[in-house]
Design a protein around this ligand. Sequence first.
Ligand code: NCD
Length: 322
Amino acid sequence: MNLQLTPEGRLKHLLTIDGLPRHLLIELLDTAQSLSNIALRANKKLPLLRGRTVMNLFFEASTRTRTTFALAAERLSADVVNIDVSTSSTSKGESLLDTLATLHAMHCDMFVVRHADSGAAHFIAEHAPEGVSVLNAGDGRHAHPTQALLDVYTIRRHKPDFSALTVAIVGDVMHSRVARSELLALGTLRVGELRVVGPRTLIPPGLEEMGVRVCTDMAEGVAGADVIIMLRLQRERMRGAFLPSEGEYYRRYGLTPERLKLAKPDCIVMHPGPMNRGVEIASEVADGPHSVILEQVSNGLAVRMAVMAHILGAQVPVMEAA
Ligand code: NCD
């Protein structure tokens, strides 16, 4: 059973990029583009989700994702409740399903969930009452679909022809839900060349079979790239020794101004955040002219508005992009 699509092919939940058709990804990106102007207006609200209720349920730390989901729902005029799990009854031992049933008794339309366990969003969607949608805001190392959508949206704004692009994803791919979702989205959008770059210990098996080029040498990995996506070392998900040291990692895989020169002259540099300066990326690069890292945050708002509007069936008018 396809949990996230209705028989008509619309999104009911957004749990993963896996299995989403290309035309649906493009529709979501186009809707986000229509909504991108709203942020620049004095009045930043649209009445599209007036009367609907969104609950933000974060069991793991978050700055960007949680804030942009809350703001996205508010800009669509929904009522938004942010539940800080560390101060909720979950910390008193209440089970996940009891917490959800309690929240649902307040009649909400959507749960936005982040959880440390891979599969948590699917589990919640399976148990969600009829009429309640679940949006995955990151589950373990499995998926982070809205991050992938906002990343491909950001790429498209700078470089619209995906087939002509070489995209390099650098770092801790093994523990990264962002990388997993990005690889699926970029594959569906038929990117010309897809590379992952990092030490063997941080690259999951099976990528070559998906048509991804695996590079353990940073210079080779970024050579001629149009887009470089840097990843954080997910220390909280590592058990045992994957790396010699952070200093050694930076020497081999850190994105420095010298290494960036190996990429295309108009290459864009991305990072989902939070960044560790001097571990995976040099400050000069993070703050430099190639960086679109803060633009990713702004785009996250438009993309999350688009996903929420689509799932809750709101008609978004076609508007000129920002
Ligand atoms: C990422 C996440 O939480 O998966 N951050 C984000 O959502 N912007 C990446 C990370 O934590 O490194």
